[in-house]
Each structure stands twice: as structure tokens, then as C-alpha cells.
Ligand binder design. Structure first.
Ligand SMILES: Nc1ncnc2c1ncn2[C@@H]1O[C@H](COP(=O)(O)OP(=O)(O)OP(=O)(O)O)[C@@H](O)[C@H]1O
Ligand SMILES: [Mg+2]
Length: 139
């Protein structure tokens, strides 16, 4: 990562390894929103992130489950807003309780429901560049 918190990924392995690297920088209670289009690398990043926290099992996209939980070195709750952009449904399933768990919370498609995110949410942007190139930056 350079001084501007920009990272250039030239393939899935780079994005995965960036996730591994970043996993050590977060603690329980942190909320991370991942923002970027289809196939921008959000889930690939989360897979690396969990690898960095010594998680040994398969990590899958919560596209359909909406919420996945992993007991890794830290507990990680992996959420995806893509298929449920209705804020009422998230409130009904207890979104605020879910994110107040003592865990690291990672949310794909966080930009779809910015109103649900606490102010201190970290945001990581994934930009699809050329075929296998992605720009990733943290705000
Ligand atoms: N530099 C790169 N980083 C990450 N993935 C890449 C890169 N280059 C190509 N790919 C490919 O792009 C796809 C990224 O898929 P991934 O599931 O991580 O995206 P996503 O952002 O989670 O998408 P979705 O919005 O569908 O959840 C994979 O098929 C991967 O092989
Ligand atoms: Mg995904």
C-alpha cells in the first residue's frame, strides 16, 4: 500500500493477499464496507482476510445467505447487501444486533444501504480497471 492507501491488484492472488495483509489491521467491533461492482474482487478480498485470521475452511459469498459467520482468530461476520437492498428487511432481521456482536463486520455492496452503516465504518473501494487489474483504496 502506498501513502495514498492505494493498492493496485494485477490478479485474484494480489487481491487475496491484500486481504491477508489487511486482516491484521482490524479488531473486533470494526465495521468494513466493501464498495465496487460485480467481480471487482470483494469476496476474493474477504477470502484472503479470513485466511489471514487462520480460518481453514471454505469461505463463500453471502449473496444468498445474506449473512455468514466465521469463527476465525477473530469472529468475522460477512454480509452482502446485493440481493436485499430493502432497509426494512435488514431492520427486521436485527441488523443492529448483528453488527454489534463482538466481531469484525465486513459488508459487500455497502454502498447500497449507506444509511444502515455506522459513521465510523471503514470503506474499501474496488475499481475494475483493465481485464485483471483492480484499484483498491481505503477511505
Ligand atoms: N485483480 C483481481 N482481483 C480480484 N479478482 C479478480 C482480479 N482479476 C480478475 N479477477 C476475477 O474477478 C472475479 C472476482 O470475483 P469476486 O467474487 O471476488 O468479486 P465480487 O466483487 O465479490 O463480486 P460480487 O459483486 O458478485 O459479489 C473472480 O472471478 C476473479 O478471478
Ligand atoms: Mg462478492
Amino acid at each position: 500500500m502506498n501513502k495514498k492507501n492505494n493498492f493496485i491488484s494485477y490478479g485474484p492472488d494480489d487481491t487475496f493477499n491484500f486481504g491477508v495483509e489487511l486482516s491484521s489491521k482490524f479488531k473486533n467491533g470494526d465495521i468494513i464496507g466493501l464498495i465496487g461492482n460485480l467481480a471487482a474482487g470483494k469476496t476474493t478480498f474477504v477470502k484472503g482476510f479470513l485466511k489471514g485470521l487462520n480460518y481453514k475452511y471454505e469461505v463463500t459469498s453471502p449473496t444468498f445467505t445474506l449473512v455468514n459467520e466465521y469463527e476465525a482468530k477473530n469472529k468475522v461476520i460477512h454480509i452482502d447487501f446485493y440481493r436485499e437492498p430493502n432497509i426494512k428487511r435488514w431492520n427486521n432481521i436485527g441488523f443492529s444486533d448483528i453488527i454489534n456482536d463482538n466481531a469484525i463486520i465486513i459488508i459487500e455492496w455497502a454502498d447500497l444501504l449507506l444509511d444502515l452503516l455506522p459513521e465510523n465504518t471503514y470503506k474499501i473501494y474496488f475499481e475494475h480497471d483493465l481485464k485483471n487489474k483492480r484499484k483498491i483504496y481505503i477511505k
